[in-house]
Structure formats: C-alpha cells, structure tokens
Design a protein around this ligand. Structure first.
Ligand code: ADP
Length: 247
C-alpha cells in the first residue's frame, strides 16, 4: 500500500538513548479521520513515539511521513505548521489570562513580526474563539481567568488552544488523567467530535476510557508494536495479557 493512503506513516523507526533502543523498528500508520489509542506498560516507548512524530526527538533510523511529506529531519516548529498539534500531560495554559485570551493568543499570527504587529481582535477572531470554546464546553466561561477553572476544564482549554490552530493531527498524552467521571465522558464526546475532520492519537492508561472511545488500539512493548486492533481483540491477545495486564 502506498503512503498516500495514510495521514501519518512511521516506517522502521528506531531511536536509541545511550545504546538503549527506546523505539525499535516501529511501523505505525494513521489514517485520515482516525482516532488511535496507544497503550502499553511504563517505558514501552509511547511518549517517545509522540516526541519523534512532532520532531522533539530525532529519529536514529527509519522514516516518518505526514501528508506524504518526509518530516523525519524537520524542525518541530515546521511540523507544527504542517498541521501536527501536541498536548502534553501538564497543561501549558496562561493561568492569569481569561479563557478567551488563552484561545485568542493561540490563533496563528503568521510567521513574521508584521503579522503579529497588525493583529487585531476582529469579528472573525471573536467568532473563531467562540466556536472553539463551544466545542470544548467553555462557551459560558470565556471571561473566567484560567486559574479558576477545574483541572478538567484546563485540559479542555489546552485542547482548544490546539484546535484553534486547525491541526490535521492532534496528539494527546493522557488527556483524562485526574478528570472526574463526567469530565471523562465529555472528553470522549469531544474526541468523537474532533475526528469528524481531524485525526487523533491518544496515549492513555485508563482502560474504561479507552473502551469508550477507541476505534483502534496499538499496544506498544519495548519500543515495538505488540498488538493492534479493536479493544476486545487486543485484550484477548495472550501476549498482551502477559506483558501488559500481568496475567
Ligand atoms: P512510556 O511513555 O511508554 O512510558 P517513554 O517513551 O517515556 O515510555 O520511554 C521509553 C524508554 O526510553 C524508557 O526506558 C525511558 O527511560 C527511555 N527514555 C525516554 N526518553 C529518554 C531520554 N531523553 N534519554 C534517555 N532515555 C530516555
């Protein structure tokens, strides 16, 4: 199959840290509009895979293609501009700014000083902020300082700050960690909404949550794909039970 069929293709990707192969000849293919969950025990290489995709860590061997473009050696900022958004576990929002301001500040202003200088809050900006705020369940909270939001709302705000940049691929590291049950359910709803026009990769430990959202699950172990498929197939795989679930 040609790479043109995938939004993202990792082929034979490896990375070593001091001789230790954290990712080992990994093949991973993500379709357009796909929601993929990556699970695996601690140290399996999940975070490193996201670091490799967004250019934070350099690949030692192999190739990464996004929208059929080689991004293997590309700088992180360029990969972001191509349409890859990444959310880390700890929210990086501006606590002393409002929800509106956090979202507004995340709208790309062009690459040059001129673009930033002539930035103004016009109707299109206000509309875009409101549209994203609605999607992340914060339309009633636009004037609130971010520091007053619940932990879950902060996580949504950060997802919103990525969505407003219009990425084609969104990568989320444990998005529901520390969330309440109702916040988790709403996050599942949000992810299903997002994949109507984007792809999402999620690293997650919460199996109940994974079951509620996953169309396809990849189990990583020792930097390799151990199993792939829907949650049921993966859970009943004896190799997965052995290394991951401890049975
Ligand atoms: P996971 O996210 O699945 O828990 P990681 O991707 O964080 O796993 O780590 C995979 C392995 O690579 C671990 O053994 C970790 O210690 C190692 N590792 C990750 N990043 C680095 C780094 N920058 N330097 C050295 N070792 C690292």
């Amino acid at each position: 199959m040609s790479n043109t069929d995938y939004l993202l293709a990792l082929e034979n990707v490896s990375v070593s840290f001091d001789g230790f192969k954290a990712v080992n000849a990994l093949n991973l293919y993500i379709d357009k509009g796909e929601l993929r969950v990556i699970i695996g025990p601690n140290g399996a290489g999940k975070t490193t895979v996201l670091d490799l995709i967004c250019g934070r860590t350099r690949v030692s061997e192999g190739s990464i293609k996004f929208k059929d473009q080689e991004i293997t050696a590309m700088k992180e900022q360029k990969i972001v501009r191509l349409g890859v958004g990444r959310k880390f576990q700890t929210p990086s929002i501006y606590e002393d700014l409002t929800v509106f301001e956090n979202l507004e500040l995340s709208i790309p202003r062009g690459r040059d000083v001129i673009g930033a200088l002539f930035w103004k809050r016009d109707d299109a900006v206000i509309e875009r902020v409101k549209e994203v705020a609605k999607q992340i369940f914060l339309e009633e909270h636009l004037d609130r300082l971010a520091e007053t939001l619940s932990h879950g709302q902060k996580q949504w705000l950060e997802i919103g700050m990525l969505l407003i940049q219009d990425p084609e691929l969104l990568m989320l590291d444990e998005p529901v960690a520390g969330m309440s049950v109702s916040e988790r359910a709403k996050t599942a709803e949000l992810l299903k909404e997002i994949i109507k026009d984007r792809s999402v990769i999620v690293i997650e430990h919460d199996m109940k949550f994974v079951e509620s959202i996953a169309s396809r699950v990849t189990v990583l172990h020792q930097g390799k794909v151990l199993a792939e498929g829907d949650m049921q197939t993966v859970q009943s795989n004896p190799k997965v039970k052995e290394v991951y679930l401890g049975h």
